[in-house]
Design a protein around this ligand. Structure first.
Ligand code: C2G
Length: 129
């Protein structure tokens, strides 16, 4: 079984995320998503509209996603790749080059980012209930 891992906040889930997850899954047979915790997001200077539990539930409803684990710090990726016996690490190419060090442990593959859609755009256009 070929295992793939990717990471992100996945707030206000949109088709850019879905396309990323679909292509990530196509790189293997089992896809793990390292989902940024609310605390880690704060460290990234990001606030998400939906909390970790909500974002995790949304991801688990997607057929391409097999497992969701918490992303709590920047250093955990190499530990996760070893612990989960990952074959391929993948991210959108807005991160191209940032994680090449993982090539010591697994294949590293950047996927093209979907243009013209982002959580930031969606949140900027959301009306407060
Ligand atoms: N993405 C995409 N197209 C978009 C928006 C996002 O392909 N229009 C991809 C990103 O490239 C990333 C994934 O979807 O691979 C998740 O995006 P974010 O939730 O914005 O993730 P980010 O905040 O960049 O956190 O350790 C890595 C970080 O957790 C990544």
């Amino acid at each position: 079984m070929k295992k793939v891992i990717t990471y992100g906040t996945f707030d206000t889930l949109h088709f850019g995320h879905i396309r990323l997850l679909e292509r990530a899954k196509s790189l293997g047979d089992y896809l793990i998503v390292g989902l940024s915790t609310d605390k880690f997001n704060a460290g990234k200077g990001k606030t998400s509209h939906f909390n970790y539990a909500e974002r995790k539930a949304f991801l688990e409803a997607i057929r391409y996603v097999d497992e969701v684990i918490p992303e709590e710090d920047w250093e955990q990726k190499s530990r996760d790749v070893v612990a989960h016996e990952i074959d391929t690490f993948t991210m959108g190419d807005d991160w191209a080059g940032e994680f090449d060090f993982l090539a010591e442990f697994c294949d590293v593959h950047y996927l093209s980012r979907t243009p013209a859609i982002s959580s930031t755009l969606i949140k900027a256009n959301m009306t407060k209930p």
